[in-house]
Design a protein around this ligand. Structure first.
Ligand SMILES: Nc1ncnc2c1ncn2[C@@H]1O[C@H](COP(=O)(O)OP(=O)(O)OP(=O)(O)O)[C@@H](O)[C@H]1O
Length: 387
């Protein structure tokens, strides 16, 4: 969808901001450009909407050499989000969002309807926020309006320059989550600039790690963290890259342990006997359709006497995550609930539990898989859980 072919940008004062850049972004792909200040990230994306012209080389959007296109028409196909959102202070949020459709001649009602739809998409209720003015919004909300506005004319390409840079870390994570959810729905081709490797890893389908004016490595987050191409990249992603991988490694059913199971409708004595047989200190409590109901300890089940029912004794299970969630989320939930394990669910169906040992194993497996260039389930090594 976007292709750079040997693109160089030299500014008038002789600074070479970008030097012989060649890379390609597939349709619907979100690529993050990450690197230290001044390495050429902003220059790169501003050449895509021709706010900056390259000194040499060619850039193609959807197969067309953009140098041959009218810049104004080109920009209509490209949404642009910057850190200082640049909302018009005297226009309502709804009208700010409708700016581009209005510019390209949509009828007012249609442009406003589209704007309302987009505000909804970025998590702002148009009824509440549509009639407000920019100064009546928080920084995070303004940032969302910036994203909505960039999407208003439904451009296939989105350029984002540090879009979440101006907000505090908590809001930032929230915005990142919302943006990922939205991107899953709209599947734009996105180039997103950040200087934050965590953000690059979290958002990118692929990451371009910039050195001075060049891309040092262009690969998936897992590969950049697992097998940095150069010492520079290794240094940039940091010594704690193992930890960062927690954010990009998803929980797979193969990672899970199968604990003892107590059924919601059985007697506590029955469940206790089974737990003792299996040497378990606790069991998950499942209902007839295999949905997670909670958990029960072997001692309380034993002490409950002949009348005790699992259904009456079960504790709520708050420590759970959906399958496919990143390991980091499971680790966070473990810490939050001070739990030795978390349940993993597919919808409401119980799949198994993730323990710290299994979490470590999944992480090791994913590092080795990238190093060997194979799928994670093809990696074999001795389990720490068996040691
Ligand atoms: N108009 C200009 N004239 C001269 N040099 C420029 C100009 N714009 C940018 N540069 C230089 O080009 C280099 C790349 O700048 P660019 O803004 O692309 O970097 P960046 O990676 O986006 O940095 P940051 O993260 O700090 O925004 C820098 O050395 C910068 O000083």
């Amino acid at each position: 969808m976007i292709r750079f072919d040997q693109v160089t940008k030299r500014y008038a004062d002789g600074t070479t901001a970008v030097d012989g850049l060649s890379f390609e972004v597939a349709e619907g792909e979100l690529v993050t450009l990450v690197g230290p200040s001044g390495c050429g990230k902003t220059t790169t994306i501003m050449m895509v909407n021709r706010l900056i012209e390259p000194t040499s080389g060619r850039i193609y959007v959807d197969g067309e050499d953009i140098a041959t296109l009218d810049p104004v028409r080109l920009r209509r196909r490209i949404g642009y989000v910057i850190q200082q959102v640049g909302l018009f202070p005297h226009r309502t949020i709804l009208d700010n969002t409708a700016t581009v459709p209005a510019l390209i001649g949509w009828k007012k009602a249609k442009a406003r309807a589209r704007a309302a739809e987009l505000l909804d998409l970025v998590g702002l209720d148009p009824k509440t926020f549509g009639s407000r003015y920019p100064e009546q919004l928080s920084g995070g909300q303004r940032q969302r309006v910036g994203v909505a506005r960039a999407l208003a004319a439904d451009p296939p390409v989105l350029l984002m320059d540090e879009p979440f840079g101006a907000v505090d870390p908590v809001v930032r994570e929230q915005l990142q989550d919302e943006f990922l959810r939205m991107q899953a729905a709209v599947r734009k081709t996105v180039l997103l600039v950040t200087h934050d490797i965590e953000e690059a890893v979290r958002l990118g389908d692929r990451i371009a790690v910039y050195g001075q004016g060049r891309i040092e490595q262009y690969d998936t987050p897992g590969a950049v963290l697992g097998t940095p191409a150069t010492p520079y990249v290794a240094e940039f992603v940091g010594a704690d890259r193992g930890l960062k991988r927690l954010s990009v490694t998803e929980i797979e059913p193969d990672d899970l342990e199968q604990p003892s199971v107590a059924r919601l409708d059985e007697s506590a004595a029955q469940a206790a006997a089974r737990m003792r047989d299996e040497g378990a200190r606790w069991a998950v409590v499942l209902d007839g359709s295999g949905d997670l109901h909670g958990w029960i300890g072997v001692h309380e089940a034993t002490l409950a006497g002949p009348e005790g029912r699992v259904g009456d004794l079960a504790h709520r299970m708050n420590a759970w995550v959906p399958v496919g969630a990143p390991l980091k989320q499971a680790f966070g939930v473990m810490l939050q609930h001070d739990a030795g394990w978390v349940a993993v669910l597919d919808g409401s169906r119980f799949l198994g539990v993730l323990t710290p040992a299994k979490l470590h194993e999944a992480l090791r497996r994913s590092v080795d898989a990238d190093a060997q260039g194979v799928a994670r389930d093809e990696v074999e090594f001795d389990s720490v859980a068996d040691a």
